[in-house]
Ligand binder design. Structure first.
Ligand code: GLC
Length: 546
């Protein structure tokens, strides 16, 4: 495969439409807002943008609950706004990947409404996962599965006459009923949705919870003793169990790939699958399936040199075995931003959101490590994913008023898990504008923390030593040295606490230990923070040398 294939080397920037930029002043970001600010992303130097969902949706899960897969929600704009965004992006040389949510729809999707109105056993109900309940009167859920957002994965329906009816499955919120992917109409419908966006010119799809579509026959209980259920998965551990990673899910992606391959230009399919081990994940990127899969193993690896070396090795080995590029990612709209995560300085599990009463991250430490982590990631061969705002060094909002939380995890967990709102705060563009320039009004759907003033883009653009400057420089060098298309060799040995490798002409070295370490010979191209006065690589700093 030629190395100029963007599907093997791209740096993809995730835009979270609610929080990127607001053109109409209602406090929620929208497509025209994104279009107006795309120039900033071209300047940053990324190759593509991935847009989180902007489809018609009641927004029960911030748009990951789709009511119409072929239209834009009025809060985000219109189809014409999408076309304008796509044209502008293409003019700037940016590819556009849209988010496809095939595991579940919204309960306000016309097919789910029709299913509720129809009788058990009807073709309408067959498109979703309806089952009779257990117990004498069907009062118990059909199995013991829990929702990823906590609470049961089943909700009981009410019949037209008011009597209790069947149950339906939702691996996520009650308002996100799971599709039945054994159903031919569902399969045909999604091929048609894919074609709809491909025909409009979309460059590809990020596929939401790609490992969930097919469930084990008979929907057996999870064996809680082996700890392989949803609970474990949402902790980022496994992704095994009867609702995840069933072998037959691959038929679906093979059929999607066949469709993509009928289009002339290079379109992409990217799997979102929180799945272990990496050899299972690699099955999604075999030659006749998707092109990439997010590497959450890497995201989950803490700030430890041996663990990072292991994850890098395991990732490259798994993907090489199927001839696919490896991807790297540190932040997205579902996890505490890496500036905040790495500032927690803890070995505990990754928290699902940080509340005011929780231990607070050390921002300076977190930023220093996050910059080093980013420079390490961007030195790796393959594709890398950036999440909006990380180029500004934004932390999570870690003292958000609980009353303002919108992530369903918050109430579904009985108000114990903050959830993901903290990483979804509207971006700061101009430090002295109302709403920090997010839009023409002062409104922002979630409040911005005070710390965002200093971090606003206009405070960093063109400023030596800024986080934004580091991202820009790294992306330019990554391109100049074709690091995405390179290959990794270990070899520089600076002890247990250092991650060091060469990628083509470039040596990448990160010091995760407590003491400064000497750099290998060569010219320093850039560093994530200053070297010591005598030219050593200090703790929590990455250097690129040539
Ligand atoms: C994915 C999305 C997440 C969403 C969930 C259900 O994990 O990234 O934001 O809540 O799927 O669609």
């Amino acid at each position: 495969m030629p190395s100029h294939d963007w599907r093997r080397t791209a740096v993809v920037y995730q835009v979270y439409p609610r929080s990127f930029a607001d053109a109409d002043g209602d406090g929620v970001g929208d497509l025209p807002g994104i279009t107006g600010r795309l120039g900033a992303l071209a300047e940053l130097g990324v190759d593509a943008v991935w847009l989180s969902p902007f489809y018609s949706s009641p927004q029960a899960d911030a748009g990951y609950d789709v009511a119409d897969y072929r239209d834009v929600d009025p809060i985000f704009g219109t189809l014409a706004d999408f076309d304008a965004l796509l044209n502008r992006a293409h003019d700037l040389g940016l590819k556009v990947i849209v988010d496809l949510v095939p595991n579940h729809s919204s309960d306000e999707h016309p097919w789910f409404r029709a299913a509720l109105a129809a009788a058990p056993g009807s073709p309408e109900r067959e498109r979703y996962m309806f089952r009779d309940g257990l117990g004498e009167n069907g009062e118990l859920p059909p199995n013991n599965w829990d929702s990823c957002f906590r609470g049961p994965a089943w909700t009981r329906t009410t019949n037209a006459d008011g009597s209790p009816g069947q149950w339906y499955l939702h691996l996520f919120d009650t308002k996100q009923p799971d599709w039945n992917w054994e159903n031919e109409e569902v399969r045909a419908e999604f091929l048609s949705v894919l074609a709809f966006w491909l025909d409009r010119g979309a460059d590809g799809f990020r596929v939401d919870v790609a490992h969930a579509l097919i469930k084990a026959p008979g929907l057996p209980d999870i064996d809680l003793r082996v700890d392989d259920g949803l609970e474990a998965d949402t902790e980022g551990l496994f992704g095994s169990g009867p609702m995840w990673d069933q072998d037959r899910v691959h038929e679906i992606y093979q059929s999607w790939r066949e469709l993509l391959d009928t289009y002339s230009t290079d379109r992409i399919l990217v799997a979102e699958a929180w799945l272990q081990p990496l050899s299972r994940l690699a099955r999604y990127v075999r030659a006749d399936e998707m092109h990439q899969a997010f590497n959450f193993d890497y995201l989950e690896t803490g700030w430890h040199a041996p663990a990072l070396r292991r994850s890098i090795d395991a990732s490259l080995t798994a993907n090489d075995s199927v001839g696919a590029p490896t991807t790297w990612v540190l932040s997205n709209h579902d996890v505490v931003r890496h500036v905040s995560r790495l500032g927690l300085n803890s070995d505990g599990p990754r928290p699902n959101g940080i509340r005011a009463q929780d231990p607070q991250p050390d921002y300076a430490l977190g930023l220093r490590r996050a910059k080093a982590a980013t420079l390490l990631m961007l030195g790796l061969p393959g594709s890398a994913y950036l999440y909006q705002g990380e180029e500004l060094g934004l932390p999570d909002h870690t003292s958000l008023d609980d009353d303002l939380r919108q992530d369903p995890t918050w109430w579904r967990s009985g108000y114990t898990e903050a959830g993901r709102d903290g990483c979804r705060i509207p971006l700061p563009w101009e430090s002295d504008a109302p709403g920090l320039g997010f839009g023409p009004s002062a409104k922002t759907w979630l409040p911005q923390p005070d710390s965002y003033v200093e971090l606003a883009r206009d405070r960093q653009a063109g400023v030596e030593g800024s986080t934004l400057g580091m991202y820009q420089a790294a992306l330019a060098l990554r391109r100049a040295f074709a690091l995405g298309a390179g290959s990794l060799e270990w070899g520089v040995d600076r002890g247990a606490h250092v991650v060091a490798f060469t990628n083509g002409e470039v040596t990448v070295m990160t010091n995760i230990g407590a003491e400064p370490v000497p750099l290998p010979a060569g010219e320093v191209l850039m560093t994530s923070d200053e070297l010591t006065a005598d030219g050593l690589l200090p703790p929590d700093v990455t250097a690129w040398l040539v």
